[in-house]
Design a protein. Sequence first.
Length: 310
Amino acid sequence: MSELSVRHLLGIKYLKEEDIQLIFETADHFKEVINRSIKKVPSLRDITIANIFFESSTRTKLSFELAEKRLSADVINFSASQSSVRKGETLIDTVNNILSMKVDMVVMRHPSPGAGIFLSQHVDAAIVNAGDGAHEHPTQALLDSYSIREKLGDVAGKNVVIVGDILHSRVALSNIFALKLQGANVKVCGPRTLLPKHIESLGIEVETNLIKALNWCDVANMLRIQNERLDISYFPTTREYTQQYGVNKAILDGLDKEIVIMHPGPINRGVEITSDVADSKQSIILNQVENGVAIRMAVIYLLASKIKTR
Ligand code: CP
């Protein structure tokens, strides 16, 4: 396979396994590029990309911008809080105004699930979903799987548990789709109130006991509680949540084997993960962030090549 089967990256749900492998092989090349003394290639000199963020972001926003600049694309950044959205301008009007400046691709983070899908149906540009509400965060799942592949050699056959607030997590859903496509075994672990009903229908298992889940897995992906999306209380207190579902060094040291610890960030140290775990040699959290640039370069490069041949 030499090109993606999709014109937009709206979610892992719309990808084939071959798409993921093509993105990984392309990211392998770009990872080598960004470790050279000259970290830039001229591949996208004729492409203009708008990063439009309607929600806060550190890792995703910076790594998309860096990825675009490493590929020599022209880049414009838009932050909703400093824009005419505050004066009532709609999403489609906003994006069409940006596109009239001859923009080829839009990378968007938005609080509404499906915002990227909606946009792709109404504007003429390649759309990359950089996180849409509690729906999907496809590039996060790609960089997560890529980091597992880098650490353990392969994703197929690995036991991966996703721990925490699964109900409100776009990272969880995209990871489940990505891991299942690649043949990993997946469990989710957390309080019942933070696990979506019927989640087993995605071909995964539920384990509410953290120690059992950790003893089963090769990789634990720790998620934070999405406080910004909680409309009611889903557990009695943060302290009680941490006692039941937080990972600390004593827990890690008591397991039957050494597992890999991941976290998409931002971390709430002392809640879902203690500092001695986050900063331990078992943690690949900063490798995930590093891999985010190569993965996003790969996604943008592959989508841009479809624009050119359109
Ligand atoms: N993992 C992630 O999406 O982090 P940001 O919200 O900082 O982009």
